[in-house]
Design a binder for this molecule. Structure first.
Ligand code: HEM
Length: 333
């Protein structure tokens, strides 16, 4: 009996096409099962709490109208949540040894806005929507409230049972980090250089305290004067007056031109050498990141930021039966 060699059954060009299609199908199946494995979907609360996003938006709008600093506060909270143990609302838990007591988290704020959103959501849909999801919806709303573009936020995260002050310094980047250190940190969270640069645009709104810029003024490594030689002299003079030491209390706008509007001006400042934080300005010094700074210095920033937030908000999430849905974001049930 003569055996037919399977590779002879199909002409070469068709075999090539079939292999390509199979590979695409395989990659597609892998990617979608990865997404399913994570259990995150847009419209997760479609049946269980269909008005959740409208409720959170309304609550955030009220909080923002009372205190506009809520927007940068909540956006930063979402970042500090995701980068420490994953996006699990561990940053929201109270406790003497909780994440929020770590030195790097000492200026975090916006917790009351999340409490208000959670209370409104609980009133409509008890025990249904996690604090981890509320934080991600509220971060998106903080961006739109300050003039930025929105994006689709998936739901399905669950809340952690633990929070420790030990974890934030291990997960969060520092303004003194080099570009390679920043890239390595973000890569651990599945974020590439383009994501990292777009996300740094979170600094389009909000403030920084003197303690995060005095390294550039008085203690800059490998500088004779102690000051960062790349800092423009007028900025250096102003900052030295405002921040005679790290303990000085002024609040410095991170974006000196449009501090309250979520826009690409932050990148324009960096291109001009006028970024406030050393870690922001350094993005221009490395080819791995400078191209992305230029790419975000314009209308593409809004979309890039939203897409990067989607990737960040998937990091190390608890789904399915893991963790819990807290009824109060500050306490484990
Ligand atoms: C790239 C690494 C990053 C470093 C080293 C960094 C560092 C800092 C520092 C030192 C401050 C000032 C904090 C203070 O004075 O209390 C700050 C503020 C802020 N950061 Fe970042 N950050 C980074 C990335 C991000 C990302 C990815 C986001 C959001 C997507 C973000 C959002 C914010 C916001 C909104 C503020 C202003 C907070 C306020 O007004 O209270 N940061 N950041």
């Amino acid at each position: 009996m003569s055996e037919v060699n399977p590779s002879k059954r199909m002409p070469n060009h068709r075999r090539g096409l079939a292999t390509a299609l199979l590979t695409i199908a395989f990659v597609f199946v892998c990617l979608s099962s990865q997404a399913e494995a994570q259990g995150l979907t847009v419209g997760f609360y479609e049946n269980s709490c269909p008005t959740v996003e409208a409720i959170i938006w309304e609550s955030m709008r009220n909080s923002y109208n009372q205190d506009p600093t809520v927007a940068p506060g909540v956006l930063r909270l979402s970042f500090h949540d995701c980068f420490v143990r994953g996006c699990d609302a561990s940053v929201l838990l109270d406790g003497e040894e909780a994440e929020k007591t770590a030195a790097i988290n000492v200026n975090l704020h916006g917790f009351e806005a999340i409490d208000a959103a959670k209370a409104a959501v609980e009133a409509a849909c008890p025990n249904t929507v996690s604090c981890a999801d509320i934080l991600q919806f509220a971060a998106r709303d903080s961006v739109t409230l300050t003039g930025g573009e929105g994006w689709d936020v998936s739901g399905g995260r669950r809340d952690s049972l633990v929070s420790s002050y030990v974890d934030p310094p291990l997960g969060l980047p520092l303004q003194t980090d080099t570009v390679s250190e920043l890239l390595a940190n973000f890569a651990e969270k599945n974020l590439n250089a383009a994501h990292m640069v777009a996300l740094s645009g979170g600094h389009s709104i909000g403030i920084a305290h003197c303690q995060y810029v005095t390294d550039r003024l008085y203690d800059y490594p490998s500088s004779d004067t102690g000051s960062d030689p790349t800092l423009p002299s007028d900025m250096q003079a102003t900052l030295k007056t405002e921040c005679p030491n790290a303990a000085a209390t002024p609040e410095l706008n991170v974006d000196e031109v449009t501090p309250d509007t979520f826009d690409s001006q932050y990148f324009n400042n960096i291109v001009k050498g006028r970024g406030l934080l050393a870690s922001d300005q350094r993005l221009m010094d490395d080819k791995a990141t400078s191209d992305a700074v230029l790419a975000n210095n314009g209308p593409d920033f809004g979309g890039n930021f939203g897409r990067a937030m989607v990737v960040m908000a998937r990091y190390n999430v608890l789904t399915g039966n893991a963790g819990q849905i807290r009824t109060n974001c500050r306490q484990v049930n």
